[in-house]
Design a binder for this molecule. Sequence first.
Ligand SMILES: Cc1ncc(COP(=O)(O)O)c(C=O)c1O
Length: 425
Amino acid sequence: MDPDLAPEQDPPIGFAPPYIDEATIAAVERVLRSGWITTGPETASFERELASFIGCTQVVCGGSWTGLAGVVLDWFGVGPGDEVILPAYTYCATANVVLHRGAHPVLVDLPPAADRDGLNITWDMVAPLLTSRTKVVMPVDIGGWPILNGDWKGALEVWSRESGFTSDHPVQSLLGRPLLLADAAHALGAQIDGQQAGSQADISIFSFHAVKNLTTAEGGAAALSLPASFHAEEVQRTLKSLCLHGQSKDAAAKFKSSGTGGWRYDVTRPGYKCNMTDIQAAMGRVALERYPEDLAHRNALADAYDQGLAEIQHVASPVRSDDRRRSADHLYVVQLSALLCSHRDAIMGHLGTAGIATNVHFPPLPTLSAYRERGYDPADTPESVDAYAGAISLPIHRQMSTRDVQRVCRTLAQAISTVISTGTK
Ligand SMILES: Cc1ncc(COP(=O)(O)O)c(C=O)c1O
């Protein structure tokens, strides 16, 4: 057919392309021209601005969620023989960092469908798994739905008093209970009782990976809300130093006073290399300033999905708010009814042909080879496997409009009726 006569194709809808506006480009250019591109004043400003946004005492920025989580587990003295409780239904990073420390990830299943809290684990599923070897509990706000609406810290204190927390490290002794380390990779901007997610756990780590609500290409931030027995600024200094080989000074501090012997530094323990650069921080500062607007846009898209999908049979929308919580709407994960689970790939294929990108979050950890080889069995986390079988993440991002959402809903409805009538798998 003559291309000029072909019917106009709707433009493709990507899954989560980054939103890079002119202000972001200008901020990066400013840093590139400044003569200082690695960790320095931009990163320090971004840390202060994030702490104020989240409402926590201190923030440490790093090169990724993964890098920061490794640093925090190291600081807390987690190692071989220790157990870390985390969901089976999460991204592999949550558990990989535990394996990197030689410790054992204890996987929590989702509750049965009737008792589910979105795709999050619940305290009731965690409590029976606590043992004298538990050093850390790592809940995840899947899709941005904030998990910590109960007093998990208080519950861990009670458990530790009654069952006896075993410490083999000075930081563990100071806390006197397992660390509550939130995997808040998806949760920036989620709210609980009007407070931002990120101040409920001892430490909450956010991801600023390219597909996240706020991105610095790669990057992350650890928000500290430790008990008063900890000196927050000292912990921040230690974690920052562990992000940079354990050096007592970063490059900017050494450079500033190099002529007066300030170049000298010590390495107090072998740290990692996962500091944030000022280029990343410049992107993050622009995105944080714009974040309320970006989040409102996401919320409006998710509202439009709720409305559009209410008309479609066999598809359930995610939970996004209740009387205390509001999601960050990072992912919009729908659940197909049991009838359609075996048709998921065909439905996603239909959407793909129509130019609509979708994804699946997440294959439960025991279904992945690295975990199966370590003895994890999908049969031990049946509810996670069940939730995964019907999950499709629909696109949601700043460049989409509510008209795009209506198009996705229409195409999804067509895909479902096609697979039901043809039986395509
Ligand atoms: C739940 C969860 N945790 C951790 C991570 C790791 O984040 P990063 O890529 O910043 O290391 C991700 C990344 O997608 C994630 O989805």
